[in-house]
Design a protein around this ligand. Structure first.
Ligand code: FMN
Length: 139
């Protein structure tokens, strides 16, 4: 296909998937035509938002989602239903834990890490509480 797929094509394929009972579409675009892809954090998110809004189907966003803040923005602002992390996880296999720290929250520890006792768990850095803003202090 000359020039590759367009957003209108995504909608047609997405509609077919929905009709076949697909629950969630991972909106990752690929190399079906020799086009140069400009990649930057979140570069494929618009496709997930488009399909989610136009087809009323759950979508997963990909595309250099490299920070907890960006992931949180996508999910909280309903730009997609989930985020899927590829290269970020290759760079940091503890990406989810690092993201939880960045968002000043915690995630459950996989059972495998608790198998040989609690030394590892006991020595994990604790998330630093966010400093209160002047407005928050009043309430
Ligand atoms: C070198 C490279 C080639 C890729 N080729 C395809 C592809 O052909 N089709 C596709 O759907 N996604 C392709 N992707 C997108 C990955 O599937 C996508 O990056 C993955 O879902 C996770 O996103 P992230 O690595 O940006 O976090 C490619 C990604 C990279 C880095």
């Amino acid at each position: 296909m000359k020039g590759g797929n367009t957003p209108d094509d995504f909608l047609i394929y997405g509609q077919w998937m929905k009709e076949q009972g697909v629950d969630l579409i991972d909106c990752s675009s690929g190399g079906i035509a020799p086009v140069s892809v400009k990649s930057y954090p979140g570069y494929q998110v618009p496709a997930a938002t488009l399909l989610r809004n136009k087809l009323n189907i759950m979508t997963g966003a990909v595309g250099l989602i490299d920070s907890a803040g960006l992931a949180e923005d996508i999910v909280q602002n309903e730009r997609a239903d989930i985020v899927l992390i590829g290269r970020g996880m290759l760079r940091d296999p503890f990406w989810v834990r690092s993201a939880a720290d960045e968002l000043r929250t915690t995630v459950p520890v996989p059972a495998q890490y608790t198998r040989y006792g609690s030394w590892w768990l006991d020595n994990q850095p604790k998330p630093v509480p966010a400093p209160m803003s002047k407005t928050e202090e009043k309430y």
